[in-house]
Design a protein around this ligand. Structure first.
Ligand SMILES: Cc1ncc(COP(=O)(O)O)c(C=O)c1O
Length: 377
């Protein structure tokens, strides 16, 4: 059985995990072979080992494997005692899961505007958004760049902070790893994420022992240690053994992946110099995971069409603000301000192809096509 990557000489995909998987196919097969004969496919030794390794990678004491990033957010909010009557402040320019998780608990998602340069939660807006009902702050490390959690904490002291780290495996904020910055952090291992499983998966990290114990119970039907004893109303949201085994293989490559993504980002930056396209903000004191390389491009629709004709695929992440989604016609939410910055970014944002295995020649093809479109030599 071949694990050759998907290739079409003429097309540069927006994202592609098959090249990485082709390079590590033997190790992934060995991981499968290791799990198969054991017969224990949930809550086994692979999960325990992955949790230790992932906690270490995030500079935290505890990691808890969860079935998806969405479930991780939901369980973390429950463990932080978020429920009906509470408010959770988050950003509007995220995947719906961030806000849905708040809504699942019965609490109210409160959207606050973002910084025009980083597109992350704007700490300057936060103080005005906090009310006596605010139970948690939920910033997203958008595109792989850490939100300024330190400034957020200063603006909202004493309120629990949950990181949505679904985009930001391996990123740092002023040298401190994402996943260690809040009371807890939620990761997604959706296949195309910087660290992705071969199916759905997620994790929570925390430095708080009691919170970790609570999360372990919540993800496995409220079971503490003894089988058939269910202490709280829990959920069936475990990360399975096969995914844990695959993730252990891939975690070993995470640093190398980040180096590859950064190489692509730096090369794009050179091509974009002198064009009207604004590259992503880069904070030299931290590490960007470059889950997405998101630019602001004038005349975006025409540029997308030009790139399509050139065999270059792009994505829009996210093309619609969460409070503008149909789901929030039927569920309550509140905007803390006019969300004007987030709204102004939507028509210009564009995610260029980004994955660690993009070749220099492919990046150059993208860069050349963009320069041609804007008529800069
Ligand atoms: C910012 C953000 N939060 C949460 C999630 C939810 O993760 P999952 O798809 O694993 O449920 C995602 C996944 O796309 C995401 O991008």
């Amino acid at each position: 059985m071949s694990a050759a990557p998907r290739t079409d000489e003429n097309v540069i995909p927006a994202e592609d995990v098959t090249r990485w998987h082709a390079a590590i196919a033997d190790e992934l097969r060995a991981a499968f072979e290791a799990v198969l004969p054991v017969g224990k496919y949930t809550m086994g030794s692979q999960l325990a080992a992955f949790e230790m390794e992932f906690a270490a990678a995030c500079g935290t004491r505890h990691a808890i494997g969860i079935s998806s990033g969405t479930a991780a957010l939901h369980l973390a909010l429950l463990a932080l005692d978020v429920g009906p009557g509470d408010e959770v402040i988050t950003v509007p320019n995220t995947y719906v899961a961030t806000a849905f998780a708040v809504t699942y608990t019965g609490a109210l998602p409160v959207f606050v505007d973002v910084d025009p340069v980083t597109a992350n939660m704007d700490p300057a807006r936060l103080a005005a958004a906090v009310t006596e009902r605010t139970r948690a702050i939920l910033p997203v490390h958008l595109y792989g760049a850490a939100a300024d959690v330190e400034a957020i904490r200063t603006a909202a002291p004493g309120i629990a902070l949950l990181e949505d780290a679904a985009h930001a495996h391996g990123a740092t904020l002023r040298g401190r790893p994402v996943g260690s910055l809040g009371e807890a952090a939620a990761f997604s291992f959706y296949p195309t994420k910087v660290l992705g499983a071969l199916g759905d998966g997620g994790a929570l990290t925390t430095g708080d022992e009691a919170l970790a114990a609570r999360l372990s119970e919540l993800r496995y039907m409220g079971q503490r240690r003894v089988k058939h004893e269910h202490e709280t109303l829990g959920y069936q949201e475990r990360l399975d053994e096969l995914q844990a085994a695959f993730l252990r293989v891939k975690l070993r490559d995470l640093d190398e992946q980040l180096v590859g993504r950064r190489r692509v980002a730096l090369r794009y930056g050179e091509w974009l110099a002198g064009t009207p396209v604004v590259p992503p903000a880069h904070d030299p004191t931290g590490r960007h995971a470059y889950y997405m390389y998101t630019v602001l491009a004038p005349d975006r629709e025409a540029l997308v069409a030009h790139l399509e004709r050139s065999g270059i695929r792009t994505q829009l992440i996210y093309p619609r603000l969460v409070p503008d989604q149909g789901a929030y016609r039927d569920h309550p939410w509140r905007a803390a301000d006019d969300l004007a910055v987030a709204r102004s970014l939507v028509p210009r944002l564009l995610c260029l192809p980004m994955f660690a295995e993009l070749t220099d020649a492919e990046v150059d093809r993208v860069g050349r096509a963009i320069r041609d479109f804007y008529g800069v030599g």
